[in-house]
Design a protein around this ligand. Structure first.
Ligand SMILES: Cc1cc2nc3c(=O)[nH]c(=O)nc-3n(C[C@H](O)[C@H](O)[C@H](O)COP(=O)(O)OP(=O)(O)OC[C@H]3O[C@@H](n4cnc5c(N)ncnc54)[C@H](O)[C@@H]3O)c2cc1C
Length: 278
């Protein structure tokens, strides 16, 4: 039986505070309405001129057409994974990918046949002028072949955004994340978005399983000393938020792992709406 090392992290933050919004709602009086309309009008005019005269970053993705992006850097992370950095058309461009969404990449397998696969950039739209993918390449993988062959200056065809998951700050009190191998990428992207927004108080608990320690993607540079073994029902119980309407468990791993996690989560009382599989 394969032994899977497990990386566990938890980010403890406090509940979102809406009290100041409630204060304004309760104190709002009819005589203030004229002033409010005037303020809204001034606000809309300011927004128009802001958009007209400032450089709003250009979004690059097209959901219907593949667009080409040039590979500008490739960093080998382990024996079978690498980080790919692609340039956007201008230094001010942003990819235009909402948090939680993914892209479709098109390439050629070893027989020259067209192949398309989904990937989740580890960058956000706060990263201007480029985007990055972390890709795990399998020995006989079709798209893996394409990525293995890519050289600096080559172009990758990409379209999107795609995906059923959408993320808004404060939509849940806590996320439990269960990832395997390259399934860490959507978790990484969402975690970055939460941690980089000081107003977002969402708590995050991560269980991350890999075949060997060397396979752990995006791990901190210092020595890793997590647990060993498959993710069990008991680990979920210990490390993930308990079933509740204000939490969600996100799953992203190989099919067998996803199926096992769904069985455990169901048995632990997590209703389908509390689970999401990428
Ligand atoms: C929404 C979404 C986002 C994704 N984001 C990323 C990402 O950011 N980075 C990334 O590296 N991958 C990501 N993937 C996986 C990616 O889409 C491909 O499945 C993966 O790159 C393998 O494609 P391939 O054509 O090389 O392999 P295939 O030719 O499809 O398969 C070849 C072999 O690899 C095995 N294999 C394929 N995928 C997996 C897997 N996930 N785990 C274990 N074994 C597997 C198959 O069983 C088979 O034996 C994502 C998948 C989805 C659905």
């Amino acid at each position: 039986m394969l032994e899977l090392p497990i990386l566990k992290m938890s980010f403890r933050l406090t509940k979102f505070d809406f009290s100041h919004f409630r204060y304004f709602a309760e104190k709002l009086q009819p005589e203030l309405l004229g002033g409010a309309v005037a303020i809204v009008a001034v606000g809309l005019t300011a927004a128009y001129f802001y958009r007209r005269f400032t450089k709003v970053p250009k979004r690059c993705l097209d959901p219907n057409n593949f667009k080409e992006f040039e590979l500008i850097k490739k960093t080998q992370l382990s024996h079978n994974s690498a980080r790919f950095k692609f340039a956007l058309p201008t230094p001010n461009s942003v990819l235009g990918l909402p948090v939680g969404k993914n892209i479709l990449a098109r390439g050629r397998d070893s027989l020259g046949e067209e192949v398309m696969r989904s990937y989740t950039p580890i960058t956000l739209d706060s990263d201007v002028g480029y985007f990055e993918l972390v890709v795990k390449m399998y020995p006989n993988g079709k798209m893996s072949h394409h990525f293995r062959q890519m050289k600096i200056g080559d172009k990758l065809e990409v379209k999107g955004p795609k995906g059923r998951f959408s993320y808004k700050p404060g939509q849940v009190r806590a996320f439990g994340m269960i990832a395997g191998g390259s399934g860490i990428t959507p978790m990484f992207q969402i975690t970055r978005a939460v941690l980089e927004n000081p107003k977002d108080k969402t708590m995050i608990f991560l269980l991350y399983a890999n075949v060997t320690v060397d396979d752990i993607l995006l791990k901190p540079p210092n020595e890793w000393n997590g647990g060993v073994g498959y993710i069990t029902k008991e680990m979920i119980q210990t490390h993930c938020p308990a079933p509740s309407n204000d939490i969600q468990i996100l799953k992203c791993g190989p099919p067998l792992m996803n199926n096992a996690m769904t069985t455990y989560l169901n048995a632990l009382g997590y209703q389908p709406k509390m689970q999401f599989q990428f």
